[in-house]
Write a protein that binds this ligand. Structure first.
Ligand code: DX5
Ligand code: ZN
Length: 217
């Protein structure tokens, strides 16, 4: 299924509940919460109280993207705070297999994110344990950047692997997604689109409708 995952990093935090409700009613199926630690990425964003707040505002899928060094330290807290899907970065894990197992033990769906310069082959040993792969189409840490074109080849490669595998997985794309490139990203094989800047700039309802129409086509 194709889904929209609004990145709340670009939301108006003074109106978070209104914006989540509007998007929920419009048909967003996921809500993307970016956790940044100021170490794995230069920026600091939200912590787990934000995950709890979003959890209390919607029944939809709470999609947590941990841009955090050594994320196993926070997996339990993330799941307890209400995350349905937890993405950890391949580049941030010392023992990736153990982190994936911990996410599953906690009852959440397991996802691994790869930075633009990380090849798909880095995940070959763990792919059949994953519910989702998050393909970063910008360098993580900041909303509003431009999609890096070569990352789209990795979506195609992952789609082929997912189709060939007994355990297919979702492919989420994150960074620089807009209404001009969304169709191309879906054609490449992504089925969950994260969008921040392009969704929250201007009229939120109109933008959401445009994205959701593209996802339904
Ligand atoms: C960037 C974050 C993204 C970001 C996407 O490091 O992981 O989720 O908020 O925002 P846009 O769509 O503005 O690139
Ligand atoms: Zn993200």
């Amino acid at each position: 299924m194709n889904c929209l995952s609004p990145s709340l990093l670009s939301s108006d935090l003074t109106r978070l509940s209104d914006q989540v409700r509007l998007l929920d009613n419009a048909g967003a199926a996921y809500f993307h919460v970016d956790i940044m630690d100021g170490s794995f990425v230069p920026n600091i964003s939200f912590g787990f109280p934000m995950v709890k707040a979003v959890r209390s505002l919607t029944e939809k899928v709470v999609d947590v993207h941990m841009m955090v060094d050594d994320p196993i330290r926070y997996v339990d807290l993330c799941a307890e705070s209400g995350a349905d899907i937890i993405s950890v970065h391949y580049e941030a894990c010392k023992h990736l297999d153990a982190v994936i197992q911990r996410i599953k033990q906690d009852g959440a769906m397991a996802s691994v994110a790869i930075n633009p310069a990380t090849p798909v082959s880095a995940l070959s040993c763990v792919l059949d344990q994953l519910d989702m792969v998050l393909v970063m189409t910008v360098n993580p840490g900041l909303g509003g950047q431009k999609l890096i074109p070569y990352t789209v080849d990795k979506i195609r490669e992952l789609k082929k692997l997912s189709d060939e595998s007994k355990n297919s997985f979702d492919i989420e794309v994150d960074g620089g997604v807009n209404t001009e490139n969304a169709g191309m990203l879906l054609d490449a094989g992504a089925n969950i689109l994260v969008t921040g800047h392009a969704l929250f700039s201007g009229d939120l309802e109109e933008n959401a409708t445009q994205f959701l129409n593209i996802l339904e086509e």
